[in-house]
Design a protein around this ligand. Structure first.
Ligand code: NAD
Length: 436
C-alpha cells in the first residue's frame, strides 16, 4: 500500500518506519527541513531503541523515504497519516492548528480517493472538522478516520509492531476495509483491531492516558501519606498490586509524571469537560497532585541545604523517563529550576538526553552538564536521582560517595535499597518510605 505520513516526530517516524517494514511504500514528510535533511544523511532525530536499524533497512530497500514536498508524496497514496503535534494552548486545550493545516494541504494534494488517518491526539470531534476541511479542499472522495497512537517512548517500535490493541474510529465501510487491510499484519498476535465511531476513538486515547496519569498521582498521594504514617510504599504497592483487579503497573511512587502526553492530555480532557459544562474534579486533582509531587524532592533538597546559594547539587537523569531522549515536561527540569532559582548550581547527566538538555537549559547559568554520572556527583552537597536509567543502578557508589562534598542521596524513583545506601555511608532519602 502507498502511504504518506505527515509529521516525522516520535509518532510519525515510528509509524512510517514500521509500516514500511511490513512491505508498504511510505513517504514521511515534515516541515522541518533540518530534520528531513538529517534523516536523508542517515542521522536519527530521536533516540528510540531499535528504530535506527529499521529506518536504515527500509531506506536501503527503497520502501521508506523522507521529504518536505507534500504534493509528490500524497499523489497516489491510499492513506495519509497526520501525526503532527497538538501542544497545549494557553487554556490547556489542545492546539489543533497543525492538524487542520496538514488536513488542508493533504486534501489539496490528493489526486484520487484518499483515507486521512488522524494519529495525533486530538479533542473529540476534531475528525469531523478535518473531514469538513478536507472536503472543502478536494474534489475527490476523502474519508477521515481516527487512529490514536498508544506507543510508549522507549518501547515504541515493539509497541507498534505488537500492539495491545489498535483503535480505529470510522465513518464509512470503505475506510474500515482500507484500515483493516493495513493493520491486519500487526494483529497476528490475536490482539484486537477495534473499530468504533470516530468520537469514541478520539476519547479512548484521552481516557487511556488520564487513567494512567491518575494511577501515578494516586500512588504518589498514598506515598505522601505513607511517609507521614510510617508505612512503606514498596510494601503497600506489592500488597495492593497483587490484587488482580488492580495490578502492579503504574503503581510506582516517584517525582510525578512528565513527557509530551500525560500532562497535556490531562489538561486537554479537563478543558473539553469545561467546554461541555461537565465537572472534571478528578482530572483537576490528578494535575494538582502531580504539580505538587514534582516539587517534593526539590523542596526536600533545599531544606537539607539550608541556604542553597553556593551549594552544588548533582542530578542523574534528565529525560522524563528512561530509554528516551525526550525531556518535554520532564520532572527533572522542574527540580533543576527550583534548585537553581534557590541559588544552587546543578550539575546534571543523562545517558541520551544531553543534546536536548543543552538546548533547553542553555539560558540557565547555574546549570552545568556532566559527561558521566561520576562527574555530576563530584564535589556535590547533594545528589538527586531524577530518572531511573539502568546505568545508575550498579555504579561504583564508594567512588561516588568519596567524590561528594556531603554524601546525601535523594532518590526520586525509589531505586536503591535504603539499608545498602546507608551502609555505603550515604544519608539517604526517598519517596513514601519511613524516615524519608
Ligand atoms: P513531535 O513534536 O515529536 O513531532 C511532530 C512533528 O510534526 C514535528 O517534526 C513537526 O515539525 C511536524 N509538523 C508540524 N506541522 C506540520 C505540517 N503541517 N506538515 C508536516 N509536518 C509538520 O510530536 P510527537 O511526540 O510525535 O506527537 C505527535 C502527536 O502524537 C501528538 O498529538 C501527540 O499527543 C501524539 N502522541 C504522542 C506520543 C509520544 O509518545 N510522543 C504517543 C502517542 C500519541
Amino acid at each position: 500500500m502507498r502511504i504518506t505520513v505527515i509529521g516525522t516526530g516520535y509518532v510519525g517516524l515510528v509509524t512510517g518506519t514500521c509500516l514500511s517494514d511490513m512491505g508498504n511504500d511510505v513517504t514521511c514528510l515534515d516541515i522541518d527541513e533540518n530534520k528531513i535533511a538529517a534523516l536523508g544523511r542517515g542521522e536519527m532525530p530521536i533516540y528510540e531503541p531499535g528504530l535506527a536499524e529499521l529506518v536504515q533497512r527500509n531506506v536501503r530497500d527503497q520502501r521508506l523515504r523522507f521529504a518536505t514536498e507534500l504534493a509528490g508524496a500524497v499523489a497516489g497514496s491510499e492513506v495519509a497519516f497526520i501525526a503532527v503535534g497538538t501542544p497545549p494552548d494557553e487554556d490547556g486545550s489542545a492546539d489543533r492548528r497543525h492538524v487542520l493545516a496538514a488536513a488542508r494541504s493533504v486534501a489539496g494534494a490528493a489526486t484520487g480517493p484518499l483515507v486521512i488517518a488522524v494519529k495525533s491526539t486530538v479533542p473529540v470531534g476534531t475528525c469531523d472538522e478535518v473531514e469538513a476541511v478536507a472536503r472543502e479542499h478536494s474534489p475527490h472522495t476523502i474519508d477521515v478516520v481516527s487512529n490514536p497512537e498508544f506507543l510508549k517512548e522507549g518501547k515504541a517500535v515493539e509497541d507498534f509492531m505488537r500492539p495491545d490493541r489498535i483503535v480505529v474510529g470510522v465513518h464509512s465501510e470503505s475506510a474500515e476495509s482500507v484500515m483493516r487491510r493495513l493493520y491486519e499484519p500487526f494483529v497476528r498476535n490475536g490482539h484486537p483491531l477495534l473499530f468504533m465511531d470516530r468520537r469514541s476513538s478520539e476519547m479512548t486515547k484521552y481516557a487511556a492516558n488520564v487513567m494512567l496519569a491518575t494511577r501515578i498521582s494516586l500512588v504518589n498521594e498514598i506515598a505522601q501519606i505513607c511517609e507521614r504514617l510510617g508505612a512503606d510504599i514498596r510494601h503497600v504497592r506489592r500488597g495492593v498490586g497483587s490484587d488482580k483487579r488492580i495490578g502492579m503497573s503504574f503503581l510506582y511512587a516517584g517525582i510525578g509524571y512528565g513527557g509530551s502526553c500525560f500532562p497535556k492530555d490531562v489538561k486537554a480532557l479537563s478543558s473539553m469537560a469545561v467546554e461541555s459544562d461537565c465537572p472534571a474534579d478528578i482530572l483537576d486533582a490528578v494535575e494538582k497532585v502531580n504539580r505538587h509531587q514534582k516539587m517534593v524532592l526539590a523542596n526536600r533538597v533545599i531544606a537539607h541545604l539550608g541556604d542553597a546559594h553556593g551549594k552544588r547539587v548533582g542530578l542523574w537523569g534528565i529525560a522524563f523517563k528512561p530509554m528516551t531522549d525526550d525531556i518535554r515536561e520532564a520532572p527533572a527540569l522542574t527540580i533543576i529550576k527550583r534548585l537553581t532559582d534557590a541559588g544552587a548550581t546543578v550539575c546534571a547527566y543523562d545517558p541520551e538526553a544531553m543534546e536536548n538538555a543543552r538546548a533547553a537549559l542553555a539560558h540557565n547559568r547555574r546549570v552545568e552538564l556532566a559527561d558521566s554520572p561520576y562527574v555530576a556527583a563530584e564535589g556535590a552537597d547533594a545528589l538527586v536521582l531524577a530518572t531511573e536509567w539502568g546505568v545508575f543502578r550498579s555504579l561504583d557508589f564508594e567512588r561516588v560517595r568519596a567524590s561528594m562534598k556531603r554524601p546525601i542521596l535523594f532518590d526520586g524513583r525509589n531505586q536503591y535499597d535504603p539499608e545498602q545506601m546507608r551502609a555505603l555511608g550515604f544519608t539517604y532519602s526517598c519517596i513514601g518510605r519511613p524516615n524519608a
